[in-house]
Design a protein around this ligand. Structure first.
Ligand code: AMP
Length: 434
């Protein structure tokens, strides 16, 4: 099926040619016809699947066709709520690109910056507004905008809204939007709280689901290295000497950690910048711009700052720290392998993080291949992880581990882990295959 077969109008088709999109992604194939028919949608899809175009194209098309008939004034008729400014900016860019040949105006508002420019833009008249919840409520309270004419409402990354504590704000915002509207809710995961919210705000929605989360990571080559905490920086520096690592996003659990990693990389002569909540909006934008333009090879980020970052051809994601929440691992990996491209996700696991690794493997239902670094192996041999693991490993355990590692749905790139790194972990994993 092609874009013209989805009955997309010419000015949008032209924009898609400019974007060099050859054919619709699975979520676009499913969602675009349903949305053009006016259905509400509950979409299980994460960033990286092409979901922005799946909702942006029908909204743009419907607004454009409506405008041809009604010559309606420039008032906000479509609202997209996103949890972070990065994601909001990205959605805004996409709307502008897909709508470049339509006379529709799009604006984006988010917190952490002076509101004056955003208000000036709103005053000039806007058809489509992309917003983060806090700034939106703030400007509504100041009577700088109204949601009274919204006919299309998108709640993007609803699970992240929940995680970030925005759910009350979302309820307040929904209460201000007319009930006669088309509503689209997208979420990578569907915990009960999201299903309840969906029940409240959607009207007989069609369910759209793209391949399960774990399936979307198929094209990404994963590896884990057991690295002592104290050696992580040295090891990162060593890995980054590989010129094949062209564009590397490094995840740190904390803001302070991200700053420290950057400081050490700079000392080692590797250019890097950090993005996290304590950096100014300008600094974050500049770092992202340089990274996307491939002028900066290494970007160090916390999870929230990296949310929604969309970088074509990001070659490597490195988990300097393993995430405590297994789903975050999938979100992080989703930064690479965009739109069907491959990528590498490398994790560092210290002794204290083995429990996180177990949770992640249970969640993604696969064993992440363990890699060792030959030139460092002597040193690693002395690390606390390996010493403890090796000390408690009996040969019978290692054999049984090797025998039973065949997980259902195992991935092609799978390589047998080095059993000597496991042991206690191995015993726990026995439950996985039951
Ligand atoms: P999203 O899930 O909306 O963040 O999109 C992920 C990436 O896929 C973005 O870089 C989009 O520009 C790209 N993309 C979206 N739709 C298509 C398509 N049909 N063909 C190729 N790339 C696409």
């Amino acid at each position: 099926m092609t874009f013209p077969e989805l009955k997309i109008i010419d000015p949008i088709l032209k924009a898609l040619v400019t974007k060099e999109y050859e054919e619709p992604t699975p979520i676009q194939l499913e969602a675009i016809p349903l949305l053009l028919e006016g259905n509400d949608i509950l979409g299980s899809a994460q960033t990286g699947t092409g979901k922005t175009a799946a909702f942006a194209i029908p909204i743009l098309q419907n607004l454009y066709l409506q405008k041809q008939i009604e010559k309606s004034p420039r008032i906000i008729k479509a609202l997209v709520l996103a949890p972070t400014r990065e994601l909001a900016l990205q959605i805004h860019d996409n709307f502008k690109e897909y709508g470049r040949n339509l006379d529709l105006r799009t604006a984006v508002i988010y917190g952490g910056v002076n509101q004056a420019r955003q208000v000036a833009q709103l005053n000039q008249g806007v058809d489509i507004l992309i917003a983060t919840p806090g700034r939106l409520l703030d400007l509504i309270q100041q009577k700088k905008l109204t949601l009274a004419n919204i006919a299309y409402f998108v709640l993007d990354e609803a699970d992240r809204m929940l995680d970030m504590g925005f759910i009350k704000d979302v309820h307040k915002i929904v209460a201000m939007i007319p009930t006669k509207r088309q509503t689209m809710l997208f979420s990578a995961t569907m915990p009960n709280a999201i299903l309840n919210l969906a029940n409240e705000i959607l009207n007989q929605p069609k369910r759209v689901q793209v391949a399960s989360e774990s399936a979307t990571i198929d094209k990404i080559e994963q590896a884990v290295y057991f690295v002592d905490v104290k050696r992580k920086t040295d090891f990162l520096i060593k890995l980054l000497k590989n010129p094949e690592m062209k564009s590397v996003l490094v995840f740190s659990r904390t803001k302070h950690g991200a700053n420290k990693i950057v400081k050490n990389l700079l000392l080692a002569g590797i250019q890097a910048l950090a993005i996290h909540g304590n950096k100014s909006q300008g600094a974050r934008q500049e770092a992202l711009f340089q990274f996307k333009a491939k002028k900066l090879r290494v970007l160090v980020a916390t999870d929230i700052a990296a949310r929604g970052i969309d970088i074509d051809e990001l070659s490597h994601v490195i988990n300097y720290d393993l995430p405590e929440v297994p789903e975050t691992y999938i979100h992080r990996m989703g930064r690479t392998g965009r739109a069907g491209l491959g990528g590498d996700a490398i994790s560092f696991c210290s002794h204290d993080e083995v429990k996180f690794l177990q949770d992640i493997e249970r969640h993604i239902k696969m064993v992440i291949p363990v890699k060792t670094d030959p030139t460092h192996s002597a040193n690693y041999g002395n690390s606390s992880i390996q010493t403890k693991a090796s000390a408690s490993l009996k040969s019978s355990e290692s054999t049984s581990y090797q025998k039973k590692i065949a997980y259902p749905g195992k991935k092609k790139n799978y390589k047998k882990p080095e059993p000597k790194f496991y042991s206690k972990y191995d015993n726990k994993n026995k439950n996985l295959n039951k």
